[in-house]
Design a protein around this ligand. Sequence first.
Ligand code: NDP
Length: 296
Amino acid sequence: MTTIIDGNEIADRIRADVSDCATRLADEGVTPGLATVLMSDDGASETYVSMKQRACEETGIEGIHQELDPDASAETLLQRIDDLNDDPTVHGILVQMPVPDHVDSRAVLERIDPMKDVDGFHPENVGRVVAGNARFKPCTPHGVQKLLEAADVDTEGKDAVVVGRSDIVGKPMANLLIQKAPGGNATTTVCHSRTDDLAEKTRAADIVVAAAGVPEMITGDMLSAGSTVVDVGVNRVEADTEKGYELVGDVEFESAKEKADAITPVPGGVGPMTIAMLMYNTVKAASLQSGVDVDL
Ligand code: NDP
């Protein structure tokens, strides 16, 4: 029987642990604080930020939400980041991407104090992940690691294929999978849009992590029997629903589940884990900045 890996349940467990750590910090006079900055009118970005703020409330983290006019200058955003860097009640800073075209997103990510960079996108934190000395693992790939661990999927010695090479998912995912550490030690291949014969690569894999942003591109015939499939993709496709669309992953769930031993659904797989790991990183940031050890 194929195991459907329940991201909601696993994320709930992690959030409960993180919430306990937040309480221990609060007992020592440190309330973890996460600042979210939104500089966009985009509905999806607004939804993501409000989900993160709601998760803060539920976890005992002080959520501080700030909005900037999308027409504001890049300097205004950078100044706002400086203010948050200097604010001792703020332990984590997240600027919701994408920012408007006139703002250089790299400059934004580099402006965030690396100790408050709970997304893990600052070059210092990226470098630490690559060096096997992570401070903040990026939330989505870290969430995938936790899903695999909770589903008892041992990555050691396995052939893993990551489909996608973005800075926020594909590359850090591959970096975590090759680390000489629990959750790593996999022989890892990274595929992308120029990969020749993707199906040949995925068929040879024990573990497939799909993060391409292409609806249902990984089909059952591209998988080997007994593999583990983690679907990071979240794609809106037209559908006869009230909203006029539905969310599907990068994996064609029905055919893939016939082949896989374990598979994550969309929604309810990786998505909730990403937010849980953001809470985790925020509490870790508060612990690191205050010197109060909570063993995360
Ligand atoms: P990007 O668009 O930044 O990157 C997509 C990657 O997939 C690129 O490396 C691209 O290759 C590769 N790719 C695109 N088409 C193909 C193809 N046909 N075959 C092989 N590779 C392909 O996306 P993100 O990494 O930001 O996100 C990926 C997906 O994950 C999206 O659906 C996104 O919504 C979702 N996501 C979900 C999260 C969650 O919490 N569940 C969090 C973050 C993202 P190339 O580099 O050559 O262009």
